[in-house]
Design a protein around this ligand. Structure first.
Ligand code: 5GP
Ligand code: MN
Length: 338
């Protein structure tokens, strides 16, 4: 039980006393960090009367811009002065969809750490680092942080305060973090929540369409290019490695979010149990890991060798030198994980 009466009461006291509230989430936002942030934002608009801002480390990818309230999200990369001011003025800071302060990125982290407001974590990642948080709502079995925002509202018996915009944001977070309700983290509870949201009038078909059917030709061609030219299958490890260089990304006019899903496409290859996607990004190599199976974790691979971590079947990390070196290192350590 994550949302105990004691913790909910503690949170409600903090909220009652707070004049300014900030909602933040991890760097490189995805459907769940944006979905949970907007869900909490729309909910708080109904139950809290003080000043409220969403301040993220960086901007949302284009495929999420359709979401109601997305244009109100401030980012440290684009609105640095405003974000710094809101962080230092906030009495209460909700930290969503991350388990350690480092996940907001080196640029924003010092300002979040030195912000005097009380911090509340709502998250579903493994091994939460609780130091520095006043209250921690962590449920590593939850499919998404968006589901936890619903459970927070439910624990307050406030489901009637879920507006359409709030419900759509919860749905979007759940949908994206469960791979459209297919990962094993999708439980009967998840489906019950979604059923409640449908009863509230959210249009599930529109949400899927808005999120997934807005591909640019460049994005599809980028995926096609990577699959045709930069894919390596390692049958002995049931692993597929795919990569994109800076030049590849430039060639297809890469925009934030364009590589989303590529690692999952590769995982769908028959017989493949691990997929790894490497991308040249800001002078480092960003690595995404995906796997199939309870007994096939990739978060340990990411944390042991690539300064990362994550969930058992979906993790991320980085390599600070060149792409070739990253691939060589991967191949040399893969046997330990097969
Ligand atoms: P993605 O491959 O979509 O970037 O990340 C997949 C998952 O891996 C994320 O949901 C997050 O839990 C985790 N992850 C990604 N990058 C990092 C990282 O640099 N450090 C840690 N600890 N986890 C990461
Ligand atoms: Mn998440």
């Amino acid at each position: 039980m994550v949302f105990t009466e004691e913790k909910i009461n503690q949170l409600n006291v903090l909220l009652k006393d707070a004049k300014q509230v900030v909602i933040t989430a991890h760097k490189s936002p995805d459907g769940d960090s944006i979905g949970s942030s907007l869900a909490l934002y729309h909910y708080l608009k109904e139950v809290y009367t003080g000043e409220l801002h969403i301040c993220h480390p960086d901007a949302a990818p284009k495929f999420l811009h359709w979401m109601q309230g997305a244009d109100e999200i401030l980012s440290f990369e684009n609105n640095i002065d405003e974000v710094k001011a809101h962080l230092s003025a906030a009495d209460l800071i909700f930290c969503l969809d991350f388990n350690s302060f480092g996940r907001v990125g080196n640029e924003m982290q010092p300002f979040l750490l030195s912000a005097p407001g009380k911090k509340v974590m709502i998250d579903h990642h493994l091994n939460p680092e609780e130091e520095g948080f006043e209250i921690v709502f962590s449920d590593t079995s939850a499919c998404s942080t968006a589901q936890l925002v619903y459970e927070l509202i439910e624990a307050n018996a406030n489901q009637t305060k879920i507006t359409k915009a709030c419900g759509e944001a919860i749905y979007t977070g759940i949908m994206t973090d469960t791979g459209s309700f297919r990962f094993s983290s999708t439980t009967s509870k998840t489906h019950r929540i979604v059923a409640d949201l449908l009863d509230l009038g959210i249009e599930n078909n529109k949400i899927h369409e808005n999120t997934f059917d807005n591909n640019s030709v460049n994005r599809l061609q980028l995926h096609g290019y990577a699959i045709s030219n930069n894919l390596e299958i390692l049958p002995e490890y049931k692993t597929a490695i795919i990569y994109l260089t800076k030049e590849d990304l430039e060639r297809f006019h890469y925009e934030k979010g364009d590589t989303e899903g590529l690692v999952n496409t590769v995982l769908s290859i028959e017989g493949i149990r691990k997929s790894i996607f490497l991308k040249e990004s800001d002078g480092i190599i960003k690595i995404s890991f995906r796997s199939i199976g309870e007994d096939n974790p990739v978060n340990t691979l990411a944390s042991t060798y690539f300064h990362g971590g994550g969930h058992k079947n979906a993790a991320g990390g980085r390599y600070t030198k060149d792409l070739k070196g990253a691939i060589e290192k991967l191949k040399s350590v893969l046997p330990e994980f097969c």
